[in-house]
Design a protein around this ligand. Sequence first.
Ligand code: IMP
Length: 430
Amino acid sequence: MPLQIILGTQWGDEGKGRVVDLFSSRADLVARYNGGDNAGHTVTVGSQTFKLHLIPSGIVHAHTRGVLGSGMVVNPVTFFTELDSLRASGVEVDPLRLKLSYAAHLITPAHKALDAAQEASRGREKIGTTGRGIGPAYTDKAARQGLRAGELLDESEFLEKLRAHIAAANRVLERLYQAPTLDVDRVSADYAAQALRLRPYLADTGLLVHQALAEGRIVLAEGAQGTLLDLDLGTYPFVTSSATTSGGVFSGLGLGLRPVEAIIGVTKAFQTRVGSGPFPSEVEGELAERLRGTGSNPWDEFGTTTGRPRRVGWLDLVLLRYAARVNGLTDLVITKLDVLSGLPELRLCTAYRGGGGRWEDLPFGPTELEKYSAEYEVLPGWSEDLTGIRRWAQLPAAALRYLERIETAVGVPIRMVSVGPERSQIVERG
Ligand code: IMP
């Protein structure tokens, strides 16, 4: 029963989209288990670049089926906008190919308004959310007052609940945040018109995934965001509101542990972060500009969802070791190795100093990271352009040494590296 999990080991934006794309060429079903349209997955196929936020990126393959699992929060407006843009690019996705869990929660305009109001009220403490209403939607879910996709099946009851939900959010917006309120009639009518279009896509997706696995089909669980943004295991409170780690796969899809075949952690060859929160190996100035790129290429370090420039730094092996442990990683994929070409020397954060000690593993996990400073190991760089390399043995000796150092420190084998944004620019280890 081959379930393969692909997830990010950092703060998101590791390049999971293109890795999922590669693995989905061999998969039958690609399922997202967490988050919503806060994600940004970029897949480049020839001259076409797909930017997906909500729909599993593996769907760009004509033979795959897609699932949005019970752990997700779904904005119907984004759902249909993405379907339209896929269609415009020649990728036809009908309700037979794509299924949405009846247990997934819906994101409404009220959730987005609350997200904005909460962020504004946080002032200097703001999280830097994507503004997509993710936190408030999961808050309603945990408070057992959310709107589930399955409720769309009873239209009049759904409308009643929706109106009550918007009216309740208005009271919070007005009284707690002194923020503008929503027009209950207009917003409910507009939103319901979109949301009700989701009905043909509804299914018990857990059963669907289970059946696919029982038939021996390959199912790919596609993670969104990254390990360090996990609600429980990340750099709380600067996290997202879902379970991004491998544990989230099982409740987020409705599966048990047994079918797992591989847990593949995608790691960028350096570190990036978008939004607020501590980042011990962060760099600034010329080096940061060099790693980030100018923004003129789709793969430069600017948020796919928000367009914000990402913060950048050296690869942090303390955090990567942590990610390997909490996810039970079986393999690593290193992306964007080509970006490091031309740097005379490279640094790897191998330990932290702070709180009167030196730490290779943090005593309380990745909390209060601002207390620590990074300790680095310096390795020689390489000058060769890697973008044309397709075989492991062709990688320069210094690049191999860099990869080997990561592997030894983390204790997980590197299965492949990417050397450019194209589908073909992947070097698999023989
Ligand atoms: P939210 O998920 O919009 O609530 O944002 C919470 C935090 O997670 C913010 O720091 C966001 O920048 C970050 N975040 C959410 N989704 C992504 C993603 O797909 N990539 C990188 N960061 C993300």
